[in-house]
Design a protein around this ligand. Structure first.
Ligand SMILES: [Zn+2]
Ligand SMILES: [Zn+2]
Length: 359
């Protein structure tokens, strides 16, 4: 019906009983493995979806809501090596997760051999169940070469995002975030901040001349971090007007969004410097300078929607920026006055020299 809904997330008892019969397992065992059981308070837009709910295709039909599954090639390789059937991990369908936290490894959603996104489980003549590409029939445990050759710097950046993702995953479970990093922030507030920051980062500017179509002129593209997109350099993304762009993002876009959100929300400036380079201006200032002021103001005014600590951070950054702007204006005025004086005094000198006949 075009709603954020999926049987696994808000299952009805009738659905559970029918599916348990279908799969020949007990209903209690099925419930034990459902996402609903593990993340009872999970907001549906923090799951990865194939399509936006309610988005009609070119034929006018609304696609069935389906979860977008990414995978960790190293987890799948481990399954195969230990003769275990390949299986989808619960973490791989969360929208705030772009890495496997066990292997500290980027998740993927396409075949490393041919680039196809369609896959299926297949039972080979020998060995365990495997996840294979439907286009080239290669198993999905084949690892991406650029990720394999990632340097130490890249891995340090991955670790920063993984730490941030762990806070988001905790919040999805209803756990209060680490108060040392996110002062006076509740689980709900952290999720609101991540969702809103990602939405502001991908919104097209209000006065963009290409208003009729999607544009690449969005704030997110100012937060380039090639470590998040192994194998791609300077990847640019298109605008989106959804409330939570994470919900339908590919793992590449998801990691870039999370890296930018992490740099902006995280209070420790070293994290931003590690992600975007020590020369880059503070992430929060770039975010303020680039996003729609009206939209940001509306979110700042919403009572209890964001944490007071994050609101103060934004206000302090705005004041810093205003002060810097004022100082640079004063300096420009001072320079102009000095130049004018220098000019007029040299004119006076010339007149004096002329009158005394020294030239
Ligand atoms: Zn893994
Ligand atoms: Zn393939």
């Amino acid at each position: 019906m075009g709603d954020w809904r999926h049987p696994d997330i808000r299952p009805t008892m009738a659905w559970i009983n029918a599916t348990a019969d279908d799969l020949n397992v007990s209903a209690a065992r099925l419930v034990e493995h459902s996402l609903a059981k593990h993340y009872p308070a999970l907001p549906p837009d923090f799951l990865a979806w194939e399509h936006l709910p309610g988005s009609a295709s070119s034929t006018g039909l609304i696609p069935i809501p389906r979860l977008h599954v990414s995978w960790c090639s190293r987890c799948l390789a481990e399954d195969f090596a230990s003769d275990r059937p390949a299986h989808v991990r619960r973490q791989w369908v969360l929208a705030a997760v772009g890495f496997c936290h066990r292997h500290r490894w980027p998740l993927e959603d396409r075949c490393n051999g041919c680039g196809s996104r369609t896959w299926r489980f297949a039972m080979p003549a020998r060995g365990p169940l495997r996840m294979i590409c439907e286009a080239c029939w290669q198993p999905m445990e084949r690892t991406s070469a650029p990720a394999l050759y990632a340097g130490k710097d890249t891995r340090v950046r991955w670790d920063h995002i993984i730490a941030f993702e762990q806070q988001c995953m905790g919040a999805i479970r209803g756990r209060t975030p680490d108060q040392f990093r996110f002062n006076f922030t509740s689980a709900g507030q952290l999720l609101n901040e991540v969702r809103d920051v990602c939405s502001l980062l991908t919104k097209k500017p209000p006065n963009d001349e290409y208003w009729w179509c999607r544009t690449r002129n969005i704030a997110l593209n100012d937060f380039a971090c090639d470590a998040m997109t192994p194998g791609y350099i300077g990847l640019q993304f298109y605008s989106s007007d959804t409330r939570n762009p994470l919900a339908t993002a590919s793992p590449l876009l998801r990691r870039c969004l999370l890296a930018a959100a992490c740099g902006i929300i995280e209070t420790n400036p070293d994290v931003g410097a590690a992600l975007f380079g020590p020369e880059a201006p503070p992430a929060i200032e770039r975010f303020i300078a680039r996003t729609d002021r009206g939209g940001l103001d509306r979110l700042l005014m919403a009572d209890g929607h964001w944490s007071s600590a994050f609101i103060l951070q934004i206000k302090a950054a705005r004041e810093r920026m205003a002060r810097r702007f004022m100082i640079s204006k004063l300096e420009a005025a001072h320079r102009a006055i000095r130049n004018a004086f220098a000019h007029s005094s040299s004119n006076e000198q010339t007149k004096f020299n002329r009158s005394t006949g020294q030239i």
